[in-house]
Design a protein around this ligand. Structure first.
Ligand code: ABU
Length: 537
């Protein structure tokens, strides 16, 4: 065999790597059969090539087949969540999966092999035992929405080229305004590329509202402005301050109580202190659902303080915003209706495929006034339609991805009630885990109180550490436990859960629920798995 043929054989071999059942083997054989027709075909043979219709259909059907195979595996608890390899191994190439790019076109058959391999070495974030991030799960309707979005391949900046999507965005923003409690107001907003960017928008608009001259004159025209966020708030607030030229020294971290909530007395103290130091407070960024503990800041108290000191109130509800859809749990965000701006990520608790994040602004017109540059080649005022529907000049970017369709389609599919049921279930799962851990003497909860969101934080104590007295020596050892268990879990591909140190707390596990595939049995499994991997550490 020539080396090229050997290479081809190896590449083909990598195709059925997920196989485990008889039906999988049959499916693979069928797919492989179809694939042989594509060994001499190239992308240039597909549409718009005039003879490309059948080949395009065949190619896309095979892509769908690969995806279906992956989706089925994703939901199968018996399949591995990931087939872990170190970066240098992926860089070197694995079993014919070569990530390097060639000068010459590869066949369609090879592209299908590459598609299969790409999924083979990816993390199955829809797997019932994937608990690693706040965004997880694989919603089939959301996935269909992404496919359609990619087929439409358009840009959100003008109604002209995204008529349906811009109207959908308008409708969804209105829906979210109503849920927040801004139903009576002419509010505003935009979908952005993630929670950090939404927070950046909140702070940008807060600064513009107070100091519109900043747009033309820059920061030299301003006093030394300062903003406030809790010590458990998201790091993107500091990042935004760095980007906006405010400086991270002017982001004042407010102390939290034992539950991880901003302390209003501390906030007021910090505001007064900043003023005494010559800083000019302009904004408070409250958190509704902190990343690690899932804590909700006391929004009513913070709103009172903002009112008293005439400060912009931003609420980072990227994670906790979804709870507004639950009649049982929405009270935890009471006061959000008093905010000037809100970040809310449907790609987290609502399970919309990444990315889908909204920045919602209470006062209409500010976003556009702040960001507008009136590019004549895009935003012609004399178009045939009402140009108020062009959203591009509200954004800090020019090209903007269509993130709205998948959310719209999922809302159609579930109704508001469907999201509520899903989110209530996550809360029940969090409570289930909390109650189990409370009873177990080899686990310890970081926070004693019941979960307010779906975060449950805990340490695992192997027997050698269980009876050690509290203190530095025990903590040093305990700090190493979670990373070791996680490393082993990752290598075996059985589950994924995150860990971190936080403040004085050494490394602990953070469990979060935002995956519709997860059941109580998966929680039982995770606890057993931690015990199995950790007992002899
Ligand atoms: N704050 C962005 C997401 C962090 C996480 O998934 O853990």
């Amino acid at each position: 065999m020539h080396s090229e043929d050997i290479d081809k054989e190896q590449k083909k071999k990598s195709f059925p790597n997920f196989q485990s059942t008889e039906s999988d083997v049959k499916e693979d054989a069928h797919t492989e059969n179809l694939m042989t027709n594509l060994s001499n075909a190239y992308a240039s043979d597909l549409l718009p090539n005039k003879d490309g219709k059948d080949l395009t259909k065949s190619f896309l059907l095979q892509v769908v087949n690969i995806l279906l195979h992956y989706i089925k595996k994703s939901f199968d608890v018996k399949s591995k969540i990931l087939d872990f390899h170190h970066p240098h191994q992926l860089l070197q190439g694995l079993e014919g999966f070569n990530l390097e790019l060639s000068d010459h076109p590869e066949s369609l058959e090879q592209l299908l092999v590459d598609c299969t391999d790409t999924l083979k070495y990816s993390v199955k974030t829809g797997h019932p035992r994937y608990f690693n991030q706040l965004s997880s799960g694989l919603d089939i309707i959301g996935l269909a929405g992404e496919w359609l979005t990619a087929a439409a391949n358009t840009n959100m900046f003008t109604y002209e080229i995204a008529p349906v999507f811009t109207i959908m965005e308008k409708i969804l923003l209105k829906k979210m305004h109503e849920i927040i409690g801004w139903g009576e107001i002419e509010a505003d907003g935009i979908f952005s590329p993630g929670g950090s960017i939404s927070n950046l928008y909140g702070i940008l608009v807060a600064r513009y509202k107070q100091y519109p001259e900043v747009k033309i004159k820059g920061m030299t025209a301003l006093p030394c402005i300062a903003l406030f966020v809790s010590e458990q708030g998201h790091y993107s607030v500091k990042k935004a301050a760095a980007l906006l030229g405010i400086g991270t020294d002017n982001v004042i971290e407010v102390k939290c109580d034992e539950r991880g909530k901003m302390m209003p007395d501390e906030l007021e103290k910090n505001i007064l202190q900043a003023k005494r130091k010559g800083q000019t407070p302009f904004c408070v960024s409250a958190t509704a659902g902190s990343t690690v503990f899932g804590a909700f800041d006391p929004l009513q108290d913070i709103a009172d303080i903002c009112k008293k000191h005439k400060l912009w109130m931003h609420v980072d509800a990227a994670w906790g915003g979804g709870l507004l859809l639950s009649r049982e749990h929405s009270y935890k965000l009471n006061g959000i209706e008093r905010a000037n701006s809100v970040t809310w990520n449907p790609h987290k608790l609502m399970g919309v495929p990444l990315q889908c994040s909204a920045i919602l602004i209470r006062e209409r017109g500010l976003l556009e006034a702040c960001n507008q540059m009136q590019a004549g080649y895009l935003f012609q005022p004399d178009k045939l339609y009402n140009v108020d529907f062009d959203t591009g000049d509200k954004a800090i970017q020019c090209g903007r991805h269509v993130d709205i369709f998948k959310l719209w389609l999922m809302w159609k599919a579930k109704g508001t009630c469907g999201f509520e049921v899903q989110i209530n279930r996550y809360m029940e799962l969090a409570n289930y885990l909390y109650k189990i851990l409370k009873k177990k003497d080899n686990f310890k909860l970081v926070l004693d109180s019941e979960p307010e969101l779906t975060n449950v934080c805990f340490w695992y104590f192997p027997s050698r550490l269980k009876h050690l007295p509290k203190g530095c020596e025990r903590d040093q050892e305990l700090h190493k436990i979670a990373p070791k268990i996680k490393a082993q879990m990752t290598e075996e591909g059985t589950a994924m859960i995150s860990y971190q140190p936080c403040g004085d707390n050494v490394n602990f596990f953070r469990m979060v629920f935002s995956n519709p595939a997860t059941r109580q049995t998966d929680i039982d499994y995770l606890i057993d798995e931690i015990e199995r991997l950790g007992k002899d550490l």
